[in-house]
Every structure is written in structure tokens, then in C-alpha cells.
Ligand binder design. Structure first.
Ligand code: SF4
Ligand code: SF4
Ligand code: SF4
Length: 332
């Protein structure tokens, strides 16, 4: 994971993208689908080798879902199951979710292998930094990743500029570094207008009053399903402050005051930890732009402290530190 540790120019800053014309988005296939097939073959070959040598007890990866083009997480515990693993534009999930201590029960004991995209690798570095696992407990199969579908994409069609996840449009980690194997090779990629950066620039241009009105409106739609929490690799507390009702810190029903409190708690608890995988936004049934808030917080952290999450395992974050013996009695 050491190769993740380079200090780069702030990725959130500096360009006014407001002039980009989104009406001219290219809808032709983004890449040759053969590159996904090549990554699939490499993942299967590595998984077969790992089971044959007994190096791992499980491979966490993706397998085809029931409907055309859909994909679901798979914890393969046999060579036969691992032979069904795939990589395709439907591989949206950040599988590092399975590796936090709170969720390791889903895995058999022993070393496990995991399939990660470059953006997922940032979460892996964060989880190692927060003592959720050790690097030598995991065999990392990185994927040369040209992109995955966005939340509303039709999975039965090839990936296009239109259907790709917004995060993929400005990805700088298509090729994961510091992994045990890179599956597949990266095809030539088109340059796409960075929609997330445009949204962030729009937010930055607002007055504080406009920003408050914007977020109040967004948060008012929240139904408190907590899908965003369940899918986040960093929401691994065994007792969430926002579930507690004796005494109640945050109103658990979907009403304005409780919604605002929930989103502020969430933003603050993830500031300096969020890896930007955008899974929270993808699963939100109310289309709340959670990753816009994540990016805004990441930008603030960078500007204030020069801190960027997920570039390398770091025990001490900009706002947080984690120890195994931290006292959690105050939330019990
Ligand atoms: S952000 Fe990059 S690594 Fe992550 S899914 Fe998109 S293209 Fe792949
Ligand atoms: S997933 Fe969306 S609707 Fe559900 S709690 Fe999170 S922000 Fe609210
Ligand atoms: S807050 Fe969202 S973007 Fe950040 S790590 Fe969690 S799921 Fe990923």
C-alpha cells in the first residue's frame, strides 16, 4: 500500500468548470467491452491459484446478478464459486465494506483476497489506518478499471459517457497501485467533462444563505432509511449515535430537525475519513447529493490541514484518531 502515499495537488480545487456544455455528452460505448472480459479472466486465474495454494480462505468479489448486466457481491469460499467471479461496468459496490471488524463475521477466518477498483483502494487504506485490518491479512486484487455505471444506468446496455458514474468522469486511480496483482489492462480513455467538479463549483459560488437553503431542501427529502450508512465502509460503529434513543441525541424520525442533525453528524464523522467512493449517493433512494457534501468536506480538510484521506494508511486523521482501546461507553 506504500505506493498510495504520494502527496498530490488538491484534486478539488482550481478550475471553473461552469462553462462546459453538458448537452454534447457522447453516448457511444465508452470502451471496448473486451477489457472487462480480460479483467474477469485475470481475476478468475488469480482466485484459482490462491485456492490451489491455500493462501486464502475466501475471495471477496463480484458475480453476475439475476437480470442482464446486474452484479452482486460474492464471498467465494471455494474454487468453484471463484470461477464465477466477474468484472463488468455493473461492479459498482465498494467491497471493502466487508473488511471492517464489525462486518468481518461475513467472512471465514484466515487471510482473504478482495477485488478492488482504484477508488475502493482508498477505503482499504483508510480501514488499515483505522486498525480495522492489517495489510498482511488481505490479498489485494486490483482491477484496471475504465469505469462503472452510475446509479440510474440501464445495465443491459454498454457503458457510455452518459451512463458512467460521475466519479469515473474525473477518476485519477483507474490503475490501482500497491496491490498484489492488477487484473486486466487499461484501454485508452476519453476525456469527459467533470460533472462533480461542476456541482462543487456551483455550491462554492452560493452565498452561505443560499447554501443553507440548498441543503435544507436536500435533507428535507431524506426518509432516514440509512442505506447510506449501511453501505459506507467507514460507518462501522457497533452502536451508532443516531440510533440511540435513551437519551436521544438525534431524532430518528424523518422530520426536518432530525434530518439536519443526522446529516451534520454523518458529514462530521466522515470528514477526513471518507474515501469518496460515492456509494452513499448511489444507494440513496431520494437522490440526495451526498457525495457533493463529502467532496466539500474533503476540500475543506485539504485547504485547512493539507490532509487527503485514503492516500496511505494513516492512524491519525485531520480530525480523528482511532485506537483499539478507545472508550465507547458514552454511546452505550
Ligand atoms: S472512479 Fe475510477 S476506479 Fe472507481 S469505478 Fe470509476 S473509473 Fe473505476
Ligand atoms: S440513503 Fe438517502 S434517504 Fe436514506 S438515510 Fe441516507 S440520505 Fe436519507
Ligand atoms: S461517506 Fe459515502 S463516499 Fe465516503 S466512504 Fe462512505 S460511502 Fe464512500
Amino acid at each position: 500500500m506504500a505506493a498510495l502515499g504520494r502527496h498530490r495537488a488538491c484534486p478539488y480545487k482550481g478550475t471553473n468548470y461552469m462553462t462546459v456544455n453538458n448537452q454534447n455528452i457522447d453516448t457511444s460505448p465508452l470502451v471496448d467491452p473486451a477489457c472487462y472480459a480480460a479483467a474477469t479472466a485475470a481475476i478468475r486465474a488469480e482466485a484459482a491459484r490462491l485456492f490451489e495454494t491455500g493462501e486464502v480462505t475466501a475471495v471477496v468479489g463480484y458475480r453476475a446478478g439475476r437480470r442482464a448486466g446486474t452484479v452482486m457481491p460474492e464471498v467465494a469460499v471455494t474454487a468453484e464459486a471463484a470461477a464465477q467471479l466477474i468484472f463488468s461496468p455493473g461492479c459498482q459496490n465498494n467491497l471493502t465494506l466487508f473488511l471492517s471488524k464489525a462486518k468481518r463475521d461475513a467472512l471465514p477466518k484466515g487471510k482473504v483476497a478482495i477485488v478492488v477498483k482504484g477508488c475502493d483502494l482508498r477505503a482499504l487504506a483508510g480501514l488499515i489506518g483505522e486498525s480495522q485490518l492489517k495489510r498482511d491479512e488481505v490479498h489485494v486484487i486490483g482491477v484496471a478499471c475504465p469505469g462503472v455505471y452510475g446509479a440510474a444506468a440501464d445495465h443491459s446496455r454498454p457503458l457510455t459517457a452518459d451512463s458512467a458514474a460521475k466519479k469515473c468522469r474525473e477518476c485519477k486511480v483507474h490503475l490501482p497501485e500497491g496491490v498484489d496483482l492488477v487484473a486486466g489492462t487499461l484501454p485508452e480513455l476519453k476525456e469527459l467533462p467533470p460533472l462533480e467538479a461542476q456541482e462543487l463549483a456551483r455550491l462554492e459560488a452560493m452565498t452561505p444563505q443560499e447554501r443553507w437553503a440548498f441543503w435544507t431542501e436536500q435533507f428535507s427529502r431524506c426518509i432516514r432509511c440509512l442505506a447510506c450508512r449501511q453501505v459506507c465502509p467507514f460507518c462501522f460503529c457497533t452502536q451508532c449515535l443516531c440510533d440511540r434513543n435513551r437519551p436521544q441525541a438525534v431524532d430518528t424520525s424523518p422530520r426536518p430537525a432530525g434530518n439536519t442533525a443526522w446529516h451534520l453528524v454523518r458529514a462530521m464523522h466522515l470528514a477526513g475519513r471518507c474515501s469518496g467512493c460515492a456509494e452513499c449517493e448511489r444507494v440513496c433512494p431520494m437522490d440526495i447529493p451526498l457525495n457533493l457534501l463529502n467532496r466539500k468536506m474533503a476540500q475543506e480538510l485539504y485547504e485547512l490541514y493539507g490532509f487527503e484521506a485514503g492516500t496511505q494508511p494513516q492512524e491519525q486523521g485531520a480530525l480523528t484518531s482511532y485506537r483499539d482501546d478507545d472508550d465507547e461507553s458514552f454511546i452505550k
